[in-house]
Write a protein that binds this ligand. Structure first.
Ligand code: AMP
Length: 429
């Protein structure tokens, strides 16, 4: 049998213990913010029928055409690992009767899968936090969603490092009319386009706008503009949203090129970007998707939502050193023994200290070894205090010392029963 080490799949990362404090800080802030806005969590599977994503994200999108992990299972059903959360959230909420004639404020988190080219900030398994609101047609809910993200940036200390872009992409009808005009324009210039653009000009002409080919982009310079096809109603919705954002003191800029890579959006779309991450600048994107529930077979229900990329936010928190020290220190106290045969006393003392110091990390040394190597482990664990148990001779009470490891090397000596309270006092617990 081959003994070569098996490696992780390219683009699918392990999160190592030293990275987890940033994840925990981000998760804690996200959970606190969505709770403050009255959102409830929904969980749904990472595997769904492939059809769900084709019908929601769109057949002619990069995600569905090139990036999904799809396979036939043992029953011959074609399944895909979810490339994003909105489709599964809508499927689950509709299947369980949460949507029709109701208002729902939901959030989710978890891994998503896209077969993209891995690079910094872009992975094949990545994580998203998402928020979805159903049954509210007005721009007020759009403003609330943006307000939630802005509140999170504040809580994370990232508010100065992100900026908000918005665009109005019109209703489904507006986009249809625009699509037809764009197709007619592209047909007239077919000979100047590449194969990709020629293929897409009939199936999904708006995707041609994303072409990376300079020749195609120069043809597009004279193409009809989406803004000219957006209805009065959509414009009023968008204007009202802008006013709400102004009243909330949330700064934004309008980016007419912002269309987003998923077909289900309508009216306002938005994206938060940063200049801290190089090429992968988008940290959060969303918008309205009023037609999606009906498109997936549910009764018509308006909706809006956003998703943010956890890895990219973690990178920002690390780069900008925003993770509080309290998240970085998993061990506060290390209990060790200077004499043999004291395991049971040490385990019980550690437990008594845990009871006195809730929320603190108390490690009881296991595995024996010399006193000096135990002390080394206490330092390596990052503990600020070492509690040392030592037998004082036959029938004499145990001697217990508390040694300060960080800052000074002060020592306190006490009786077993007084130690937990003394440790709590020293930790300020
Ligand atoms: P989307 O679902 O494409 O609207 O993406 C929402 C957010 O997820 C983006 O703003 C990114 O922060 C993040 N994201 C999307 N794709 C990836 C990826 N391949 N790797 C890491 N983060 C991603």
């Amino acid at each position: 049998m081959s003994k070569t080490r098996i490696q992780a799949i390219r683009g699918m990362n392990d999160v190592l213990p030293e990275e987890s404090p940033a994840w925990h800080f981000l998760e804690a802030q996200f959970h606190a913010v969505v709770k403050r806005f009255g959102y409830r969590e929904i969980r749904f599977p990472v595997l769904e029928q492939t059809q769900l994503f084709k019908r929601s994200i769109g057949e002619v999108t990069d995600i569905v055409e090139k990036e999904m992990y799809s396979f036939d299972d043992r029953n011959g059903d074609n399944l895909s690992l979810r490339p994003e959360g909105t489709a599964g959230c809508v499927r689950a909420a509709d299947q369980h009767g949460l949507l029709y004639n109701q208002q729902q404020r939901l959030w989710y988190q978890g891994p998503m899968f896209r077969h993209e080219r891995p690079q910094k900030g872009r992975y094949r398994q990545f994580h998203q936090f998402g928020v979805e609101a159903f049954g509210m047609p007005g721009p007020d809910i759009d403003a609330e969603l943006i307000q939630i993200s802005a509140t999170l940036w504040q809580a994370l200390g990232l508010a100065e490092s992100v900026s908000l872009e918005l665009n109005n992409i019109g209703s489904a009808g507006d986009r249809n009319a625009y699509g037809q005009a764009l197709t007619a324009f592209l047909e007239a210039h077919a000979s100047e386009l590449d194969d990709d653009a020629r293929r897409r000009m009939h199936s999904n002409p708006m995707r041609v706008l994303d072409s990376k080919n300079e020749a195609v982009q120069s043809v597009l310079a004279d193409a009809p503009a989406l803004a000219d096809f957006v209805s009065q109603e959509s414009c009023e919705h968008f204007e009202a949203l802008l006013q709400l954002l102004q009243s909330l003191g949330i700064e934004y800029s309008i980016n007419p090129k912002l269309v987003r890579g998923l077909d289900y959006y309508n009216n306002c779309v938005f994206e938060w970007t940063t200049d801290q991450l190089g090429a992968q600048s988008a940290v959060c994107g969303g918008g309205r998707y009023d037609g999606l529930v009906a498109q997936l077979g549910g009764r018509p229900t308006v909706a809006a939502g956003f998703a943010m990329g956890v890895e990219r936010l973690v990178l920002m928190l690390e780069t900008l050193e925003r993770v509080p020290e309290s998240y970085r220190r998993p061990v506060d106290v290390y209990v060790l023994t200077a004499s043999e045969g004291l395991s049971s006393q040490a385990l019980r003392l550690a437990e008594a200290i845990r009871a006195q110091c809730p929320g603190r990390g108390i490690v009881c040394h296991c595995g024996g070894g010399k006193y000096s190597s135990q002390v080394k482990r206490a330092f390596a664990a990052g503990a600020s205090l070492a509690v040392v148990l030592e037998a004082a001779g036959d029938n004499a009470p145990l001697s217990v010392k508390i040694r300060q490891l960080a800052g000074s090397d002060d020592v306190w000596t006490g009786e077993l029963s007084t130690i937990p309270a003394e440790v709590a006092r020293l930790l300020g617990a």
